[in-house]
Every structure is written in C-alpha cells, then in structure tokens.
Ligand binder design. Sequence first.
Ligand code: NCD
Length: 309
Amino acid sequence: MGSLAGKDILDGAQFSRDELQHIMDVADHFLEELKGRQGLDLMAGYVMGTLFFEPSTRTRLSFETAMQRLGGGVVGFASASASSTSKGESLADTIRTVDQYVDIIAMRHPEIGSAREAADVAEAPVLNGGDGAGQHPTQALLDLYTVRSERGRIDGNTIVLCGDLKFGRTVHAGVELYKHYGCKLVFVSPESLRMPPDIVAQLRDWGVTVEETTDLELALKGADVLYMTRIQRERFEDPAEYERLKDSYILTREMVQRLQPDVTIMHPLPRVNEIAADVDDLPGAAYFRQVRNGVYVRMALIALVLGCI
Ligand code: NCD
C-alpha cells in the first residue's frame, strides 16, 4: 500500500514531491495499459459516487470514465437539484447516505471547505473536484502532468497564470504543486482579481519566485507555460463588475506567434473568450491533450487511494 491509500484528496498543499512523482508515474502506467484496449479489470466490483452539486463537464465525466476504464462502476448525480439537497437535506446527511453505497466519493460543491466537511463524515475517501473558490487538486495534478508531458520536465519552468486568480480554484491548487519544482510563477490578473495575498506570501516563504502584473504581453515574453483561466462569473456578487472584467485578457494567435511561439498553452476549460479559436491548432495549444490527461491522472488517483496499485 502506498502513502496515498485511504487518504482524502482535498487540496494541493497535501502532496509531497515524491507523491506527485508517484501519481504521475502511475498515470503513465495507465496510459500505456490502455494502448490497444478499452479498459482494465483492476477495480471490478468497486463503486465510485460522483456527487456534483455544481455544473461540470470534464471533471465529472473524466472521473466516471477513469473509474469505468479501471473496471469499476459509478453512481451519482450531476446537479444539486437532482439530489435530496433540493428537499433540504444537509451535505453531511447526503454524504453519510452515499457512504453506505460506495467505496470512494468524488464531489464538487459551491462552498469552500465542503469537501473537508464531507471527508469528516465519510468512511470512504473523498476526492475534491472543486469546493467553491477554494481548491481543485485533481485538476492541478492533471495540469502538472500535462506540463511534464508537454515540456519533458517540470523543474525550472516559468509558468504564467493569467485571468481570475482570486476565485480560480485550479490556480489555488496548482501553485501548491509547482512550488516543489523551482518554477518561477508569474501572476497576471486585473487588480481586483489578484491571487489571494496569503497564498502569495506562503509561496514566497517557501522560496518561490513570484511576480505579479496586469500585463499579459509583458509576461508572455519569458513564459514556458501560459495557463489561461476563465473569469469566474458565478462567484461575482455584482454582475456589472463581471461584465467589466470578463474580457480582460484574450489570447490571440498573433500574440503567441509574435511574443512566444514555443509557449505551451494550457487552460482548465471551459473557455469563454480568453483564448481565440484560431490559437487551437498551434502546436503549443495543449488544452485538449490536457483534458485527455485527466483520465489517466484520475485513474491513478482512484487506484492509489483505494490501495489497488
Ligand atoms: C475549472 C473549475 O471547475 O474550477 N474547470 C474544470 O474543472 N476543468 C475551471 C473553470 O470552471 O473555470
């Protein structure tokens, strides 16, 4: 049994560099195992619950794909309105209930801290697929894996994270992983959507070189990886403020070609306007390969947490 067996996956800060390495190596193993076949029977009989109280395309479907390709089964719901939450049931009671059925729980919920609350009442390990504007560690892991597969190594890359750094849970989790690899981090955002100061301070304490700017073109010049993010409309109290900020950054093909043709372009998706469609066929545009990587990384996490590999 590895060190992840039986553990909840709640935030990016919980991993050591050795654990990150191991997860990525196991993801590579599953990538190889799936060559030339549709699925494995490693986890036959196991059941995963996917409890999604907030919208999702990739996270839920890739968890479900991962479990099914491992040979396991899936039960779950895709919106709060489809669960007894709509009748007034508490999160704790819903989790206690699902805990009677399944071996592992993947969940997404609008409240920061909800995954931890679920983990406190569940026997089954809980995988946090996004808790409000908090954390999204499984996305961060597939992002890290994508940097490794696109660039050959993670160490020493300059990573530019651009967009909504205040509410973006993928970047909150991601920086906790990059800090293990001596990456320089450049944060590009509107003033009002800066990375939370406590996260910036902790990174600097860890010894990470962090720069903050509002200027994407300037940041792009030294970038190895550009990680674009969506302005998180659902977290804004004032719709007018969202309208003002929504198109703050739009990456165009011309910008990439002029400023940094070798850059690896990533995005957790969904994209709204922040990457023009004609960027998609540039060789560095990695965001749909990133989506596919999510399946291998989630297969690795499920198998490791359940002690099956
Ligand atoms: C992200 C999320 O839900 O936080 N999407 C994802 O999981 N791939 C990013 C976003 O919604 O902007």
